[in-house]
Design a protein around this ligand. Structure first.
Ligand SMILES: [Zn+2]
Length: 428
């Protein structure tokens, strides 16, 4: 699910572009190890118009810290959300695939909790209300919270009442007063972007009925590491969750993580179910199994991150060797993909305009822009056939199969694709 601009209550009181916290976001410990320094980057989605080519973009630290207290991996440098989301344009992501996903999501939730007609389902970051609409269809009361005014208005007009506000303890109080407590609270892809998670979860607990459940979906850090999706690290995502630190965090707030399911979205995600501590449901065995696996695989030891970075650095050297050879032969190379992840990827791999002649992307919003910081021009994918680069490096490498399938014609015309990860490969 996408977020609108944005759902998130990051109350940076500091009137600054970025501030650095020195405590863990979940447990408050000051015992933090810098386990993976990534190069500082500009705001990852800050693609900007070619007319502004003489401007430079500020870079912000992008270092990953491991909390020795609870095991959370997170960024301590928090960029002011005003800066991140100022240029954020909402685009609806409701596609047939996503609608089916939400239908199944609603069915899964309803198999977990018995609700009577009139029970309240609250979604934080509800966007256009697609998910809530399925609950509404089952005779339940629904309420969305999403600060993007236009989206909230459209959702409300379509029958899913949506308050255009940031979620907070105060708002949870107003909801309780006007609508009663919620039996289900949902937050999808919201928690990783929130700096003040203590306040957020206090609000959730406050609005939840005694037997209610809180369900969240978020990227699973363990999957990111296994799948080498290091480029999912950028300033919008402040926390990289695994199960163990979340259990400690919910406990601190009088809540209990009772079940964890895996979902395939975003390179590997988890869906957690939480109840008020001492509720009627049992903690399922899977929670402990997740934790045991995380510990066994070394996710709470700095050494594991050294190995992880070492593996990526090894692929980086192989790829740079290949690109240098191609440039020495005066080959032209284009990049494919202009997303958030690509900014992290290009900075980490040190791939600049020296290697890339241009980038193409399918999203019209990115066309005729320059990439953040490095200023590589971005065009529509038709440019592949107009400019005919000798090689295309697939920067959106998780979608490499789709890209190559879509551009078979380029391959047939003697073009070559390069996929950078899990290990650099030439396709011709
Ligand atoms: Zn911690």
């Amino acid at each position: 699910m996408s977020q609108s601009a944005d759902t998130l209550n990051n109350p940076i009181e500091h009137n600054v572009d970025c501030y650095k916290r020195d405590t863990c976001r979940l447990c408050g410990s000051q015992n933090l190890d810098l386990v993976m320094p990534l190069p500082a980057t500009p705001i990852a989605d800050g693609y900007f118009s070619i007319e502004r080519k003489d401007e430079s973009q500020a870079c912000y630290a992008l270092d990953l810290y491991l909390c020795q207290g609870c095991g959370l991996v997170h960024l301590c440098d928090v960029v002011n959300p005003e800066l991140i989301y100022r240029q954020y344009l909402y685009e609806t992501t409701t596609s047939p695939g996503l609608v089916a996903h939400f239908q199944k999501y609603a069915d899964d939730v309803l198999s977990r909790i018995k609700l009577s007609p009139g029970s309240l389902v609250l979604e934080i970051g509800s966007n256009d209300g697609t998910l809530l609409n399925f609950f509404r269809g089952r005779g339940l009361c629904v309420l969305g919270v999403d600060p993007a005014r236009e989206i909230a208005q459209r959702a409300t007009q379509a029958g899913v009442e949506t308050w255009p506000e940031f979620f907070s303890v105060d708002l949870s109080e107003r909801i309780k007063h006007q609508k009663g407590p919620a039996d289900v609270v949902i937050a999808n892809n919201v928690m990783a972007n929130i700096d003040d998670l203590d306040s957020f979860i206090k609000g959730v607990r406050n609005v939840l009925s005694p037997q209610g459940i809180f369900i969240f979906e978020t990227g699973y850090w363990v999957d990111s590491v296994h799948n080498l999706v290091f480029d999912n690290v950028y300033h919008e995502h402040i926390s990289y969750f695994s199960v163990k630190p979340l259990v400690t965090f919910f406990k601190k707030h009088g809540m209990e993580l009772i079940c964890v399911d895996r979902t395939p979205t975003k390179g590997g995600s988890i869906r957690g179910t939480v109840q008020v501590a001492g509720g009627s449901r049992k903690v399922e065995a899977c929670v402990l199994e997740f934790i045991e696996t995380e510990i066994r695989e070394g996710f709470y030891r700095p050494a594991m991150y050294k190995e992880f970075a070492g593996n990526i650095n090894c692929q980086k050297e192989k790829l740079l060797g290949l690109l240098r050879r191609l440039k020495a032969e005066s080959k032209t190379i284009a990049g494919y993909g202009a997303s958030h992840s690509v900014t992290t990827f290009l900075y980490y791999f040190g791939i600049t305009g020296q290697f890339l002649d241009f980038i193409v992307d399918d999203n019209p919003r990115k066309h005729n822009t320059l990439s953040p910081g490095l200023h590589v021009p971005v065009f529509a994918s038709e440019a592949i056939y107009e400019k005919r680069p000798d090689y295309i490096l697939i920067l959106a490498w998780r979608f490499a199969e789709i890209v190559m399938k879509k551009h078979q014609k380029y391959l047939q015309d003697n073009g070559h694709f390069i996929t950078p990860l899990p290990t650099p490969r030439l396709h011709q």
